[in-house]
Design a protein around this ligand. Structure first.
Ligand SMILES: [Zn+2]
Length: 197
């Protein structure tokens, strides 16, 4: 084999080892297309690239639209998730689900910015300012006081990989940075939700 052939073969193998499966590679403009958020909020946002392992142990890359003030925390949280191989199904900005939180949750998608009300209310969610993040809603559903679960068909079982508990490293880390975790709430449990108002 010629040296150049060997060189190309090495580059190819190296590429196979390090390339992640791309779940999302939007530009910032694409990631906010069609949002009803005012300019003041849009100006406070950025798009963040993250890498994570899925439940099959495959390295993937996705994106979050976040308030610039909290983006660094999320980057570091994903470093922890990646290092500990905590599986994340996918992270795709919610524009790809036509800004429909239910559609995103049903797809077990993790997301952040969405200019929307808190489900069942007319109060703006912390997601509306890009200051909240939802991770793996199927493993970490909302459980309302009456026992109703969202997304439909989801189950909360701390033994299933990708499920958060008070002992999860990333839960402890985000709390240490001033985030609240919905799993600590008492009127309802929102296990996939973190926010930093
Ligand atoms: Zn949330």
């Amino acid at each position: 084999m010629k040296i150049t052939t060997i060189f190309i073969a090495i580059l190819f193998l190296y590429g196979l080892n390090t390339t992640s499966i791309k779940d999302s590679s939007l530009t910032f403009e694409q990631s906010i297309a069609g949002t009803k958020a005012p300019k003041s909020i849009i100006d406070s946002l950025e798009i963040v690239n993250v890498e994570y392992y899925d439940a099959d142990g495959k390295l993937r890359s996705g994106q979050f639209v976040l308030n610039i003030a909290v983006a660094q925390d999320v980057k570091e949280a994903f470093e922890i998730l990646k290092k500990t191989k905590f599986p994340v199904a996918k992270a795709i900005p919610i524009v790809e689900f036509d800004w429909d939180d239910n559609a995103s949750m049903n797809a077990n998608n993790s997301s952040a910015f969405n200019y929307r009300f808190i489900a069942g209310t007319e109060r703006l969610s912390h997601h509306a300012a890009g200051r909240a993040i939802d991770i793996n809603p199927m493993q970490n559903p909302v459980i309302y006081g009456d026992g109703k679960i969202s997304p439909k068909g989801a189950k909360y079982n701390p033994k299933v990989p990708g499920t958060f508990t008070t002992d999860s490293e990333v839960v402890k880390f985000l709390k240490s940075r001033g985030w609240r975790w919905g799993g600590d709430w008492t009127s309802l449990k929102d296990y996939h939700h973190f926010d930093k108002p």
